[in-house]
Design a binder for this molecule. Sequence first.
Ligand code: 9MR
Length: 392
Amino acid sequence: MSRFPHAIGRRSFLAASAAAVAIGPGCAGADTPPPGLATRPGLGAIAASKNILFGACSRGLIPENGPFRVGNDAAYSALFQHECRMLTTEYEVKMPNTRPRPDTWDFDAADMLLDYATKSGMAFRGHCLLWSSVMPKWFAQEVDAGNAEAFITDHIHKVAGRYAGRVISWDVVNEAITDGDEAAEDGLRRGPLYDLMGPRYLDIAFKAAHEADPKSLLCLNQDAVEYDVDSQDYRREKTLGQLRRLLDAKVPIHALGIQSHLEPGWLKFTPEVLSKFLDDVAALGLKVFITELDVVDRRLPADIPARDQGAAAAVQEFLAVVLPHPAVAMINSWGLSDRYNWIEDSGMRRKDGRRSRAQLFDDDLAPKPVYQAVVDALNAAPARSAPLTLLP
Ligand code: 9MR
């Protein structure tokens, strides 16, 4: 299926290739094992003891977008296997990657990640089938109001159908709701999908995903709904509105994803506000997945101990609200180590030029205070009645 034979088995650290990877300056290499694995059970195991699924995203091999990290960096792979029970695609199934041209498909990177997850005994999570902010350049020329529904349906059938029965959960639509000038009246983000189909694009996408993969838990994945500010109040209200609308229309949807790129030192966090939102989503009969947990540290101090404490405090206050809630069934970290950190390739970098420390593990794959915050929160969490499974 894949032309990449790199996937390695659980704990087969030595067998993995230590091929050249771009890792952080001055940090230990791919052949230096991560410290401390023998002395801790791993987040995946702690979470599983509460029937919570814990995992992280990783990139597959995309030449212009970074190496196959879990497959090429043996130390990183060992850490990933120790800590994670689920692997989430980071870029591989987004439309510009699966479909470089309207009639050309490329599943190599996604296949590679699925092979790795399967051989490692991990669940596999698909992110994301549609994201109106990340679309191929050709889309506007090829798709118009007349063919949009058929086009989107066919696209989702092909992608979700390829992996049917093997994806614990799909982010069907990413970041659908926004605020300010980008938002239409119903809070939906204007863009290539909304402009052609209106709110119906959500209905079309979820139906197509369910047809293609009837066992996968289908998720609407939303950003910027964690904090107590007007713009996020608006997003929470509009998100609930769309969820109600979809459920009333009998559209197959099973979960709301709350991305949770936490950003301490900026927006106000009020536990009751987030808690009420979780209650409102759960009252609709939906699960909640924490889909992209990490800490954007650009507003924290430069001093590393102070910065790491700030990150740990943000995660601690967030998880203290989220994890007691029985609807929350999954935590996915958006990366695992600062060695591979999406923030460094984004507009969210620190202004002082220092490398971001968004992740649970540092460049040398050692746990940071934020890791302990997650351990403590998981240990304090009540057990869920059952683990997350594919639909019957
Ligand atoms: O981490 C992802 C990065 O590798 C991609 O280049 C980028 C664009 O596709 O997306 C990043 O992940 C985003 C995720 O898909 C949706 N929420 C925000 C994440 C960080 O930008």
